[in-house]
Design a protein around this ligand. Structure first.
Ligand code: ACO
Length: 357
């Protein structure tokens, strides 16, 4: 997708819309997605491959999840290295250089290490200035959380271009002895550049985001070990506390409920009807969750961007990988509305409304 040059965007004014002495209106600031990128490891793990690891079969995986294959990172590939490659692509896609970026935020549940932040690794690896860089953890909703944070920071200044990245090496926390979870996940990274722009007619760019969380349901999807409550000990390792644990049925039910609510909330408060939405870019967890959402919102499946068949669930990377592919494949035409919507451990959820410039 060809992207405009944002280097001439006017400086932000805290006074909001103003007029020139002659009465002409000056355009208002808005925040647009000026570039996207992704990185997927080359190694493919198919459903057939999984039948050699756990007691499962290809048909069960495909019909219960919609997933055919997923990508698995090599030992040398980390959330940081994958994030760096996705970021490199997004910055080039925005017609910018690494030194133009004013802020880096990474969403991940699989950082390279507990600290320092993976965002700091990306910042130095790409040769950026000594700009602010930090990580956020909101599981599969992480990208929507950092999008909203970056949107506010760019909208209110002084940041002009923010780089946001969802990246995961879920294969590192997947229990390869647990057939109910190991079939679901994959590795990868997706990135976007948010840039301050201006509009003078119909408002475009990132229009609104709703976020939520329900900590009371934290236990249904978690990794118990590795934090200060259960630090690594021989016992925690033997009892497999350092792997992801999930009550799939409970997550499934709540996922449909919160994604429906987030989508309806964002439609209602922006005075839009479901049939005005050109495309939905959902978190890629399970095709059956997306089909139920489609049915409840009365938005046909053709308007949902789907790539979970190829990549599985990549948690915080899932929405930005899909966003990049959706933009590249003409799913986001100028003037059209899109909704990004997701849920994840926490339980967390969110939805973002975009109108493409
Ligand atoms: N192969 C064959 N059989 C299996 C497998 C497998 N891989 N896994 C489970 N089964 C069996 C179960 O043992 C069970 O057998 P039983 O009836 O004899 O007890 C049967 O299949 C049905 O199991 P369910 O768990 O009820 O299957 P369900 O239809 O709910 O599908 C799934 C399971 C795919 C996990 C689904 O619940 C789901 O997608 N949940 C949401 C997951 C999700 O979105 N997670 C997001 C996490 S991402 C994040 O935030 C990090």
């Amino acid at each position: 997708m060809k992207t405009p040059d944002f280097s001439t965007a006017p400086p932000f004014s805290r006074e909001g819309p103003t007029e020139t002495p002659s009465g002409q209106s000056i355009s208002e600031p808005s925040v647009v997605i000026s570039g996207t990128g992704h990185y997927l490891p080359h190694k493919v793990l198919t459903n057939t491959d999984l039948t050699k690891i756990v007691d499962t079969n290809e048909e069960w995986i495909l019909t219960r999840t919609g997933i055919s294959e997923r990508r698995i990172a090599e030992p040398t590939e980390t959330s940081g290295t994958m994030a760096t490659e996705a970021a490199r692509m997004a910055i080039a896609n925005a017609n910018l250089q690494a030194e133009d970026i004013d802020l880096v935020i990474v969403a991940t549940i699989t950082p390279d290490q507990p600290f320092p932040a993976t965002a700091c690794y990306v910042q130095t690896t790409l040769g950026m200035r000594t700009i602010a860089a930090f990580d956020v953890e909101a599981a599969c909703s992480g990208f929507l959380y950092i999008l909203d944070i970056a949107h506010a920071m760019v909208r209110n200044g002084p940041y002009r271009h923010a780089l946001i990245i969802g990246t995961e090496k879920l294969s590192a926390i997947t229990d390869w002895q647990d057939r109910s979870t190991c079939i679901l996940f994959g590795d990868g990274a997706g990135a976007a550049v948010l840039s301050r722009s201006s509009f003078s007619g119909k408002k475009t760019g990132i229009l609104d985001t709703t976020l939520g969380a329900d900590g009371a349901n934290g236990h249904i999807l978690q990794m118990p070990g590795g934090g200060c409550r259960i630090p690594a000990t021989p016992d925690s390792i033997t009892s497999r506390q350092h792997f992801l644990k999930m009550n799939g049925r409970e997550v499934f039910k709540l996922a449909v409920k919160v994604m429906e609510k987030a989508s309806l909330d964002i439609l209602a408060r922006n005075h839009l009807q479901a049939d005005e939405i050109h495309s939905i870019i959902p978190h890629q967890a399970n095709i059956r969750i997306i089909e139920m959402l489609s049915s409840r919102l009365e938005i046909p499946m053709e308007r949902f961007f789907i790539n979970l068949d190829q990549y599985g669930n990549t948690s915080a990377a899932s929405i930005p990988i899909a966003l990049h592919e959706a933009r590249e494949s003409g799913f986001c035409p100028s003037g059209a509305y899109s909704i990004l919507v997701g849920f994840g451990a926490g339980l967390t959820w969110g939805a973002t409304l975009i109108r493409w410039p």
